[in-house]
Design a protein around this ligand. Structure first.
Ligand SMILES: N=c1c2ncn([C@@H]3O[C@H](COP(=O)(O)OP(=O)(O)OP(=O)(O)O)[C@@H](O)[C@H]3O)c2ncn1[C@@H]1O[C@H](COP(=O)(O)O)[C@@H](O)[C@H]1O
Length: 134
């Protein structure tokens, strides 16, 4: 799946400077991040509605639209797909599955995953402490 997203991301980058009259992506870049964010939020809501209605075919279609709008917003924010994969790997190493880190270090597993055992321990900071570090 990441290959498809990476190909889409490159296509979005290539379309950014096309004619907004014929390219939806160029039009989104012309209208800016707030329009991109609005479209992404709309797609997320469409996925939610279709999932609640049990319409899995619609969930598939709207999820593809959601991922498209997400890659457009990534490109606009200067985020690359590999940046997101790296964060997901970091979480997977920390917790065994790619999920959000607990807010407090106390909830982190005592024993890191085998992959982490050989690495320098990552200390997960709560939001305040992390902000202070930068
Ligand atoms: N992968 C996509 C892609 N997925 C979804 N969409 C667009 O996103 C829309 C889904 O959003 P909506 O449901 O809001 O559709 P809509 O109601 O027509 O949108 P609005 O009228 O609200 O703007 C679809 O109708 C598609 O036009 C995409 N548009 C472009 N791409 C790819 O992006 C690249 C650049 O294409 P252009 O933007 O056409 O240059 C190419 O590789 C394309 O394949």
């Amino acid at each position: 799946m990441s290959d498809s997203l990476e190909r889409l991301y490159l296509a979005v980058l290539a379309a950014r400077d096309l004619d907004p009259a014929t390219s939806r992506t160029a039009r989104l870049f012309q209208r800016g991040p707030s329009k991109m964010a609005k479209k992404l939020a709309e797609e997320a809501i469409e996925v939610v509605i279709d999932a609640v209605n049990g319409d899995s075919e619609a969930v598939i279609r709207e999820s593809a639209d959601l991922l498209y709008n997400l890659t457009v917003l990534w490109a606009s924010a200067g985020v690359r797909p590999e940046d997101v994969w790296r964060e997901m790997t970091r979480r997977e190493d920390m917790l065994g599955i790619a999920e959000k880190l607990p807010k407090t270090p106390a909830k982190l597993p005592k024993v890191a995953s085998p992959r982490m055992a050989s690495r320098r321990p990552i200390v997960a900071l709560d939001g305040r402490a992390a902000r202070k570090r930068h």
